[in-house]
Ligand binder design. Structure first.
Ligand code: FE
Ligand code: FE
Ligand code: ZN
Length: 276
């Protein structure tokens, strides 16, 4: 099954998102667990979640993807910021226990001036404090562009985090095509080599989701500016090769291109026409 969706606003609730996704031709979607730039969140509406799950089941949706807020920094130097990250992670996972079809994606964080080594230890420590043997949600580390002091700028850094997590069977990776390209991986000309490297360093069995984006900047820019499909440096040919690569056959794709709903609908239809 080709599972394709995009990032949607959660302002109108869960069922509304699923219906919007279906209207634009998607069979999954990504959403923020709460205000992406703040910490606040609405009370959990279990009835809305129940209705959404029934709708998704009826329409054969693939796995959903919940995205943590950008303000969460699990490797901050400031203890208050890290305590906030722990609270967010704990609360989000508690909420997602009611939504087992959703995976949870987060940015590993920015080490600021502490160094990546310190950042990696802090991220893993936080996960070790929050993860419980009974945690059902799949937790995904996102591959980052390496903007500023972002941790997760290459596959090795993600591997080092995973190695330090005790319950690491719960940890997967979400590959963002804009970010890996921006991070210096040549997914345009050498996709097979990049996937081999991912497999050697992390293991392809950890790859659970793809954020499908074009990039405004050239390979290795470390700037993290998403572009619409074929309006960036990656181009539709390379993105088409990704959605058709046998290693991605069962991986869900989520667009995070700078679009309104109409643009997303067009991109989804385009990708469906390209998927062989
Ligand atoms: Fe992200
Ligand atoms: Fe992303
Ligand atoms: Zn990004």
């Amino acid at each position: 099954m080709f599972t394709i969706g995009c990032h949607l606003s959660s302002a109108k609730g869960y069922l509304a998102m699923a219906k919007t996704a279906q209207q634009i031709g998607a069979n999954t979607f990504q959403f923020f667990t709460r205000n992406p730039r703040g910490g606040s969140m609405k009370a959990l509406d279990l009835e809305d979640i129940r209705a959404m799950r029934a709708f998704c089941k009826e329409h054969h949706f693939g796995k959903l993807l919940a995205h943590a807020p950008y303000t969460m920094n699990p490797c901050a130097a400031d203890d208050n910021i890290r305590a906030f990250a722990q609270k967010v992670l704990q609360e989000d996972l508690e909420r997602l226990s009611h939504l087992p079809e959703a995976m949870y994606n987060f940015h590993p964080g920015s080490h600021v001036k502490q160094g990546a080594d310190v950042g990696i230890v802090k991220i893993a420590d936080l996960l070790n404090q929050v993860l419980q043997p009974e945690t059902k949600t799949e937790i995904l580390l996102e591959t980052m562009a390496g903007k500023g002091t972002e941790v997760g700028r290459n596959f090795e850094e993600l591997r080092q985090i995973i190695d330090r997590v005790e319950l690491s069977d719960k940890i997967g990776v979400c590959m963002d095509t804009c970010h890996v390209f921006d991070g210096g991986y040549n997914i345009v000309e050498c996709l097979d080599d990049v996937l081999r490297e991912f497999d050697d360093v992390i293991g392809l069995e950890r790859l659970k989701a793809v954020h499908l984006n074009d990039s405004k900047n050239k390979m290795g820019s470390h700037k993290d500016r998403h572009a619409c499909l074929d309006e960036g440096e990656i181009g539709i040919q390379a993105l088409s090769a990704i959605i058709n690569h046998p290693k991605f056959a069962d991986i869900p794709f989520y667009l995070e291109t700078p679009n309104e709903l109409e643009g997303y609908a067009k991109e989804i239809a385009w990708l469906q026409s390209l998927r062989k």
